[in-house]
Write a protein that binds this ligand. Structure first.
Ligand SMILES: O=C(O)CCC(=O)C(=O)O
Ligand SMILES: [Fe+2]
Length: 162
C-alpha cells in the first residue's frame, strides 16, 4: 500500500506529483481524496482527468494483468498532477504476485493467431527491472517481449510471509 501526499505547489505546470507510469503489480485499488483532482490517465494519446467520485475506488489494471492476459488487458498509463491552491492525498493498494511467481498467460490465451507476446519471468525479476529505469521510460513490458520459456499462468509456489 502507498499513501501519496502531494503538497501545494505554486507552479504546478513545472512538475508532477507522480510522473507518467504504469503500475508494475497486477491490480491497483486507488482511493482519491474527495473534491481534489489530480489523477490523469492516458486515453487515445490524451491525458484525461479522473475526477474523484464519492464512495468510489479507481481500479487500475497493472502490468502483470496485461502479461497474464497475453496483452488483451492493457496496463494504463497514468500520472498525478499537483495543485497550486490545495494539497492532495491518495491511498493506493497494490495487488501483487509473490516474488517467486512465474508470470505467463494460460495456454488458452496463447494460440496460433495470438502467439505469446512476452517471455515468462518471475515477478521478482520484473519488479527489479521496473525500478531500475525512470518511471516514464517506455512501458517496462516492452523489455519482456519475446519467446515463451515457461507455460501455465502463475505457477511457482509462494512462501507465506509474516
Ligand atoms: O495519486 C494518485 O492519484 C495516483 C497514485 C498512483 O498512481 C500510484 O500510487 O501508483
Ligand atoms: Fe500508479
Amino acid at each position: 500500500m502507498a499513501i501519496n501526499y502531494y503538497p501545494r505547489c505554486p507552479e504546478p505546470e513545472l512538475t508532477y506529483g507522480l510522473p507518467a507510469h504504469t503500475d508494475p503489480n497486477a491490480l491497483t485499488i486507488l482511493l482519491q481524496q474527495p473534491n481534489v483532482a489530480g489523477l490523469q490517465v492516458l486515453k487515445d494519446g490524451k491525458w484525461i482527468a479522473v475526477e474523484p467520485r464519492p464512495n468510489a475506488f479507481v481500479i487500475n489494471i497493472g502490468d502483470q494483468l496485461q502479461a497474464l492476459s497475453n496483452a488483451r488487458y492493457k496496463s494504463v498509463w497514468h500520472r498525478a498532477v499537483v495543485n497550486s491552491d490545495t494539497e492532495r492525498m491518495s491511498v493506493a493498494s497494490f495487488l501483487c504476485p509473490c516474488n517467486t511467481a512465474i508470470i505467463s498467460p494460460p495456454e488458452k490465451l496463447v494460440t496460433e493467431g495470438s502467439p505469446a507476446v512476452y517471455r515468462s519471468y518471475t515477478y521478482d525479476e520484473y519488479y527489479k527491472k521496473f525500478w531500475s529505469r525512470n518511471l516514464d521510460d517506455e512501458h517496462c513490458l516492452e523489455l519482456f517481449k519475446g519467446e515463451k520459456s515457461h507455460s501455465g499462468g502463475v505457477s511457482a509456489p509462494c512462501k507465506s510471509s509474516t
